[in-house]
Design a protein around this ligand. Sequence first.
Ligand code: NAD
Length: 251
Amino acid sequence: MKTTDQINTAARKIAAARHSVALTGAGISVESGIPPFRGKGGLWEKIDPMKYAHIQYFLADPADVWRVLLKEMKTLLKTATPNAGHMGLARLEQMGLLKTIITQNIDGLHQRAGNTDVIEFHGNFADYYCIDCRLRQKFDDIDLRSLPPRCACGGVIRPDCVFFGETIPVNLLLRSREIASCCDLMLVVGTSAVVQPAAFMPAIAKDHGALVIEINPEPTPLTHTVSDILIQGKAGAVMTALIAELERLRS
Ligand code: NAD
């Protein structure tokens, strides 16, 4: 099927769905200038995220993780703004066509675009805390002149995100599973669908009868197995075209 036909089919399905949700990954933020882990231009080409984003390595050498991964991310996130992919999902919510986003991203861009129900499966880089006294710290208050940054108590400061090797907060996991099993349509945007348990959510949705629509320039392990449609393209262009078709169907 041609991409325009896929977009028209997807728009009709979204318009007819009772309860649509989205699962997003790093790919949706690529057009905002934040590199993904995997794929072309991904951080994986420069560093091994399984090392630098793993809790054991952070605890062993927090200065190195701050130097190589966290400092760069902190700088990138400061300047990044939502792109057409995020804005498209926000517009879907405004149109009453999207209830919830489950995101693996830690960049806060869905909320900045205007989505109101966002489950941050892996936490958020806007929030930090001391690993010893647990005092919460704000992004802009952290002094990076000496690494790792430390709390007044002397403890190392870490982002409030889920590193590889850590478990997803149980309330977020349970709510995501509930949402995946209740939806009748799931949009899966910009995820390589290899990081578990997030990658299970489309399978749960499918198992409960939902239609699964993927938006990604590349096929993933979900393609042809779990997803019903892969719209092969960048999130910004595909979401813009989808919204235009949905607006046309409404007019
Ligand atoms: P991933 O890095 O494993 O895969 C990125 C996916 O996005 C690939 O499938 C790629 O083909 C696709 N992609 C690339 N450009 C795209 C575009 N313009 N539009 C749509 N799709 C595009 O991402 P993941 O599956 O989310 O897993 C990585 C983990 O890394 C997650 O746990 C996440 O927490 C973390 N991460 C987050 C950010 C962020 O918050 N922006 C950035 C890097 C990594």
